[in-house]
Design a binder for this molecule. Sequence first.
Ligand SMILES: [Zn+2]
Ligand SMILES: [Zn+2]
Length: 268
Amino acid sequence: MTHSSRFFDFYRRLLRIQAEVEDSIKISKSELSNKTVSKRITKGKTILNFEDLADNWPLICVTFDRVTTTFADYTDLFGDIPKILLKEEPQKILTKKMTRSWLEGKILPTKLAGEDINPALLDLLIHQTLRPFLIKHSQVLNSLVKQEKWQRGYCPMCGGKPDISYLEKEVGALWLICSRCDAEWRFRRLMCPTCGNQDPNATTFFIDDDEIYRLYLCDKCHTYLKTVDLRKIKTQVYLPLERLLTLDIDRQGQERGYRPGYMYTHDI
Ligand SMILES: [Zn+2]
Ligand SMILES: [Zn+2]
């Protein structure tokens, strides 16, 4: 099997787990009032926080175990998974404290029970574990966000960074998509969502030959953002999947010396 077909095989397995988990998540109808949400949004605070996820804590631990085991079956793609992750009970590894830290974008540990762990791998495992929970909550809370009041570079639902964006069909407005929960929010065009840079002399963008994909580069924080121009596409597009179909654009950004904006705050 080639490297890329191994990757898609892995990704299919991961998606199947996440879809199963998403079906079993219980969410009590949001107790947040419109007033509370609007107050949080005005102050730049996200709607979703750790307490909202904690109702499903046992399921989160089981999911962490399933996700870790899946990664361990693909060492050719991800390298060896530290033994501690596979032999220890998931709730002893993925603590509530660590989950909260991840959600708040804090630095993750480099050792677990005395064994070294790459924080980038830990970040990825927690991300893929929490993804179905964040997506489900985000879908429930989505209608409470007033788009015009949120003009920030991070997600109004969970605080995640965007990893892809699109220009909408009608007026070509820019929408960012959260790397964690797939929520979409409107953002100013030609402004860097990572550092807020708006200087036209410190931003560049490239358009591919079919004019469908754009790569925005920020010369202040040296990050890039991928954009799909929906005005140029006739068929239906599933944007979360576009992340994977545009890996070549990531490569182009990285070859030019830039890194993805959503990785900016993580110490990896
Ligand atoms: Zn989000
Ligand atoms: Zn920037």
